[in-house]
Design a protein around this ligand. Sequence first.
Ligand code: SAM
Length: 329
Amino acid sequence: MVRPACGSCQEQELTPAAAVPPAHEPVLLDEVVDLASRGPHRVVLDCTVGLGGHAQALLERLPDIETYVGIDRDPEALEQARARLSRFGDRLRTRQTTFDRSIDALDELGIGAVQFVLVDLGVSSFQLETGRRGFSFRLQGPLDMRMDPRDPDTAADLIRRLGPDDLARLLRDRGEVECAERLARALHDQRLTLRTTTDLARLVAEATPARVKARLKIHPATKVFMALRSAVNQEPEILERALPRLIDRLAPGGRIVVISFHSLEDRIAKRIFRGAATGCVCPPVFPVCNCGKRPTLGLVDRRPIKPSDPEVAGNPRSRSARMRAAIRL
Ligand SMILES: C[S@@+](CC[C@H](N)C(=O)[O-])C[C@H]1O[C@@H](n2cnc3c(N)ncnc32)[C@H](O)[C@@H]1O
């Protein structure tokens, strides 16, 4: 057995394809419960309920939670969350959708303001360690990577459709991949024969120069998989669209927490939180404020909260997690 997985990195040894994926170990769990407990939390919106790890702890430890809305775009994850959390009865409501549409889900459920919002980004252990979903370069599977199988484009579709320049941009911008142009050309040249995750991992390993491989601490395919997954699922785009809407729906004193595993996503949360925490943006030469902008958020901490050493020792995949939290004014 391996350590339970979380987040975007895929650097650990994984279970063989046929094995049952291990339970997902929620990251920064005590910190999330602590933040929720310090503010109002009658109505909670969990934008990425996944396998329900955070949900279970919050529902167990905070009996004042009357309504817990769990959203996930992955129908299989949601099914598992529903089964795991069934004993909480109608305290739990679930919806399969992307979290930029959470507000529509809340409207459908007749729920107004929410008091605690959790966004725990990335993939779950279940997704990562189920070979047929195509997220892991260590497990053979189709080049899929869709969190919602109803979405139109798989990773294979993207590789076939994009030209080498667009592929290079995708690898660079979404995965900070070294030698993006070279790898993009190799992917483009082999686009019709690439069928599986292991085909792709092999191709990337072969096309990565030896001097780069010697320097890398991770498998050369790690960032390529991350970049493709980000594009297939439009991960940063959804986060960017969702955060302002989620902040708007927070009740005064309510808290919002974003846990990310990717610097691009952490930068988005940081920028949007800081923007919302900033008041007047008039040039300093203006004698009085002309813009009327008022802060809508207070930051819990200017720096991201990281997992403790014991947490990283127990769950190595938590090590890239960064948590940002803010309070609605
Ligand atoms: C890291 S897991 C969440 C784990 C969960 N907190 C737990 O403790 O079990 C991330 C989950 O977010 C879901 N997800 C990722 N992007 C999403 C999006 N834009 N909308 C809805 N769900 C999303 C994934 O399908 C996955 O199940």
